[in-house]
Design a protein around this ligand. Structure first.
Ligand code: SF4
Ligand code: SF4
Length: 63
């Protein structure tokens, strides 16, 4: 299992959405003004999202 978490205290949501555009597997989706994560099992652990998030809000780890 892959665990992907967004720290919503740090995330700027729809105003940022860098992770939505960056994830090659399209795991991040905008819902309202919040970012949600779907299809975690498709994550390739590339960590592009971790690198691109300007606020260090995303953590990815393999369980
Ligand atoms: S890149 Fe980071 S701050 Fe921006 S929407 Fe994604 S999780 Fe939030
Ligand atoms: S590690 Fe890569 S595939 Fe997984 S959520 Fe982040 S950008 Fe998407």
């Amino acid at each position: 299992m892959t665990e992907i978490t967004i720290d919503y205290d740090k995330c700027e949501g729809a105003d940022c959405a860098e992770c939505v555009d960056a994830c090659p597997m399209e795991l991040f989706t905008i819902r309202g003004d919040q970012i949600i994560i779907q299809n975690r099992d498709k994550c390739s652990l590339c960590e592009i999202c971790v690198d691109i998030c300007p606020n260090g809000a995303i953590k990815v780890k393999k369980e």
